[in-house]
Design a binder for this molecule. Sequence first.
Ligand code: ADP
Ligand code: PHD
Length: 580
Amino acid sequence: MAIALRFAAAPLRLRLVSPAPPAIGGAGDGGRRGGGGAARIGVLGRARCRRRRGGGGRLEVAAAAADDSARCRAKGVGAAAAAAETLGGIGVGGGDQLSVVMKFGGSSVSSAARMREVAGLILAFPEERPVVVLSAMGKTTNLLLLAGEKAVGCGVIRVSEIEEWNLIKDLHIKTVEELALPRSVIHTMLDELEQLLKGIAMMKELTLRTTDYLVSFGECMSTRIFAAYLNKIGVKARQYDAFDIGFITTDDFGNADILEATYPAVAKRLHGDWIRDPAIPIVTGFLGKGWKSGAVTTLGRGGSDLTATTIGKALGLREIQVWKDVDGVLTCDPNIYPNATTVPYLTFEEAAELAYFGAQVLHPQSMRPAREGDIPVRVKNSYNPKAPGTLITKQREMDKVVLTSIVLKSNVTMLDIVSTRMLGQFGFLAKVFSIFEDLGISVDCVATSEVSISVSLDPSKIWSRELIQQASAPIYMQNQELDHVVEELEKIAVVHLLQQRAIISLIGNVRRSSLILEKAFQVLRKSGVNVQMISQGASKVNMSLIVHDSEAKQCIKALHQAFFEDDVLTEVEEEALHMS
Ligand SMILES: Nc1ncnc2c1ncn2[C@@H]1O[C@H](COP(=O)(O)OP(=O)(O)O)[C@@H](O)[C@H]1O
Ligand SMILES: N[C@@H](CC(=O)OP(=O)(O)O)C(=O)O
């Protein structure tokens, strides 16, 4: 599995139509899109002039929507009326195939104003025929989880007082009102949600299955509101619940896997509807339907990215766009170190490692369908659409690359497992991993010697209520599950449990792994940090170092400065010179 050593011990108001992203794919595509950026801004200017003359073009709708529609209304030109003129412009009415997926995360659709901007963004690319995937508005998923937890203990009568439930209700009603939509758009959903919370209160129980049903209301409401808004401004849109259009998953509530049958089913439904009666599909992210239970499932936190790439592969689309609140995938988590900069290009492999080892920006499984379908993924900023973002493809030019990104996974538990020699070497490793399998625990990093094995455990898989933010999971729950693992392992080994560790993953160029490690260790030694374990995956794209949690942030900062702010390339060039 791994070669390893274990050491002892403000939002931009979208006034201009954003330039087209840089060219990708074949020359034809590149030519068409490459020239689009500057030209399109110019066109927008003309479009606005035409509007004043009473004309009306599809780009005006983008501008109108993005401009909060206020200007249009003041002039007595409703956005809907203007938009109606554009119906041909976004493929609606045409027989063309759907062309891209545009996924917008919770931060991109957190309010009515944001929904208007996102509508403007979608319409700013009139040549595209997008499938739109939406997450729940803002922090709705977290609020739903907390409301569910409170409902368990509060009694039916007090459900209406749950703070989180009121926040959810107010946000959605306010959004509907501000977008001038009828309340009926979400009325039934809110009613059902309240009934569900009362049901949870009555049963005094919240199973994983019910939790998934509960959180599904977030995406079900955001997509209904957005589709209604597009229709209101005259852009034909159709809302879809993913669990009704063929997203078939395992029955692992809270972290379900998408099954193969999904691809043909989703393609058939979305393509079929599009051909019969074209309308922009607005699909709920994050949700699926368990193949045995038939119940609503969720794909793990951040799962809307996976919904987007699944649709991209199913329909064989040209590009998958994932719109976030950052300028793309960054050199490290900007919350940990604000000097992080955008990584312009990534391979699927790098992006997958990065996501798996904790970069919140992408769902860990989301690269798989994109890689299998060989469909480029573009990570863009809905608050700053002019920024080029990150383009993720099968291959990229690596000559000048040393390190791509640094990722931190905190709150990791490490286990040192030393054989009591009851079993032979093969039997020992097999037994250890079968215990993890039985308990459904994922292992991140592994280091082995003949009779001992050190592993780090994926924090999100240790306790069952992983949908709750990791930091808020009660410590006693984590400990209960860990005690159980240790108990099982102690039947064959001496076990040391080491908590509060952190994995620092260095995602970089395989061909420069010695340089990366040399430099990383220099930095860490200077910072007085003791690395407790090192592990390199078979792909070699990722080198993971385990340190104590308390030292991790300081390490990230020092490593970032050394790799991204000092001139590492000079060393690479010197090395190349030396070798030639
Ligand atoms: N390496 C990274 N690059 C970019 N963003 C990161 C990275 N690591 C962590 N993040 C965090 O991920 C967030 C975006 O992911 P997420 O919240 O899931 O977006 P969305 O909800 O819009 O899909 C950013 O706001 C940023 O704080
Ligand atoms: N709403 C879900 C799914 C999702 O993908 O959200 P986001 O795109 O905001 O990360 C969550 O919060 O996990």
